[in-house]
Design a protein around this ligand. Structure first.
Ligand SMILES: [Zn+2]
Length: 241
């Protein structure tokens, strides 16, 4: 879905074009997607492995469907099991509204964060969860690579929400303030992927080898990109006039 623009690195920050949003979001019905399952009878035993807790404090909006809710639930459950510090990092950003707006994706934006609508941090994804990949890089299409891409994007956006709640990077009105805000998000995104290299996210040895090769390459490319002016011009060049 994202076309490679022929530059040096295959995927990563260029494709994951993420921004702090300045637009107003129309929240659809604000439905709690898991509400139907959320109230067990008083005498019902709730299994510890239930993923429902991971979705507590998250409201869905926009073009989301059951598949998106299931994908998020699975992904947060995987974080709980394999990268618990990151599960906590994301949980601390609640309450959240997670929205999907495919027109943002059509404009090349993976996700946008807005803080806040009342108490809630708003993150709008431009694609259905777990579908973002680089069409020029087949390795980015594997289930593990898609999962990591989705969660790294979520970590990036959650960082914007956390930063703004903490009173940091409240204005993004010129090149300098834009770079400061984005640097915070992009560094967390990279840190997440570096930590994912130390976690075992696949039970299948062959696919593990494939996604790890992709991830190692991606981490190197993104670490390089963070030091390049090209990256900042891509994110914040609009402020240079
Ligand atoms: Zn950002």
């Amino acid at each position: 879905m994202f076309k490679s623009n022929g530059r040096s690195h295959k995927f990563g920050f260029k494709a994951l074009f993420v921004a702090v949003g300045l637009f107003t979001l129309a929240i659809a019905s604000g439905t709690q997607a898991h509400a139907a399952n959320d109230a067990p009878a008083a005498n019902e035993i709730r299994l510890l492995s239930t993923p429902l807790d991971a979705l507590d404090g998250i409201t869905f909006a926009g073009a989301y469907g059951d598949d998106d809710v299931a994908y998020l639930s699975e992904s947060l459950q995987m974080l709980n099991d394999k990268m618990p510090a990151w599960a906590e990092y994301i949980a601390q950003a609640k309450p959240l509204i997670l929205s999907i707006d495919l027109t943002e994706g059509a404009h090349g934006r993976a996700a946008i964060a807005k803080c806040c609508l009342g108490e809630r941090g708003v993150i709008t994804f431009g694609h259905h969860f777990g579908t973002l990949a680089d069409s020029s890089d087949p390795q980015s299409e594997s289930p593990e690579a898609r999962r990591i891409t989705f969660l790294a994007t979520l970590a990036h956006e959650v960082t914007h929400i956390r930063d703004q709640r903490a009173g940091k990077f409240l204005t993004k009105t010129d090149y300098k303030s834009c770079v400061a805000a984005e640097k915070s998000g992009l560094e967390k995104q990279l840190e997440f992927q570096q930590d994912a290299l130390n976690a075992e996210l696949s039970n299948n040895a062959t696919s593990a080898q494939t996604y790890r090769a992709w991830l190692e390459q991606n981490v190197k490319a993104e670490a390089r990109a963070l030091k390049s002016r090209d990256l900042w011009n891509q994110y914040c060049g609009a402020f240079l006039g």
